[in-house]
Design a binder for this molecule. Sequence first.
Ligand code: FAD
Length: 319
Amino acid sequence: MAEVLVLVEHADGEPKKVTGELLTLARTLGEPSAVFAGAPGTYAKAKPYLAEFGAAKVYVVESDDVAGYVGAPVAEVLAKLVGEASPTAVLIAATADSREVAARTAAKTESGLIWDATAVSPELVATQGIFGGSTIVNSKVTKGTPVIVVRPNSTAPVAAPSTPAEAQVDITISDVAKGAKIVDRVAEAKSGRPDLTEAQVVVSGGRGLGAAEHFTLVEKLADTLGAAVGASRAATDAGWYPHQNQVGQTGKTVSPQLYIAVGISGAIQHRAGMQTSKTIVAINKDPEAPIFEFADYGLVGDLFNVVPQLTDEVEKRKG
Ligand code: FAD
């Protein structure tokens, strides 16, 4: 069976949930080979997780040359492996850092790239949203080794314990690839809430909230549901919520089981970042708001009445 390369998404060796999702998906396409690229000494933390989710093989590069620079060194690693292992496909998570790696890998290997896939069939037909997520198409790469960028939360991670073979990748990262050095990493303030891009439930607030302090309504509902908090660009541009919580074309892409939009009109740029959520609930006082055209459930009403009631009701039902 041909290999399917999966780029391991991790923070200092701690794998992100999306890695389990990609390995689960890879198992349906071929033999999953994880590619771990990180700083020296970080692989040991990822190893048990990769075995738990069924990696048949792990390619390991532990070097400051891959961990200390933006995107390009990891793309060099993947391009080398594509040349040597001739995989059926390369799966990469749709996260800010890895998107860059994907684009560079596709360019280096002269291969087709599919963006924002939410499903991939065994025939490597990928389902993706285009035109800001307003249209869903099925696409297949016809040139080179398909590089497929997959949205987090598209596949439920299923464990399938394995004993992966390990191969150290012998590579010297080029000087060109070391053009953009990471000089500092600033940890986001800990909110205790799940990571926005990986959360099963997201509650987002928009301009309809009217002021920064009204985001507490959104936060309370989110905390009752164990959700992450998102925001529209209108809200982040107004300084009501941090930019790293922005959902949309120029913000983060989310794909939770449940997305609740509070006081958000549903502009195409916002939709681009949340369209593939499994169930979308919109709370808006304007019955003509565009968000009702693609929401699964619409609540027409004043958010200042609706959201506290909804929060109380969820709290009651939790018992
Ligand atoms: P509005 O469009 O102003 O909507 C507010 C909504 O709140 C209205 O529908 C109103 O009926 C409702 N409302 C008001 N008061 C209440 C109340 N009391 N109760 C209930 N409902 C109420 N936007 C993003 O979100 N993410 C992006 O990544 C993004 N990228 C962009 C990139 C580009 C290049 C451009 C040009 C724009 C981008 N935008 C993005 C901006 C986007 O076009 C919209 O302007 C933005 O999404 C609007 O945010 P909003 O829905 O919060 O505000």
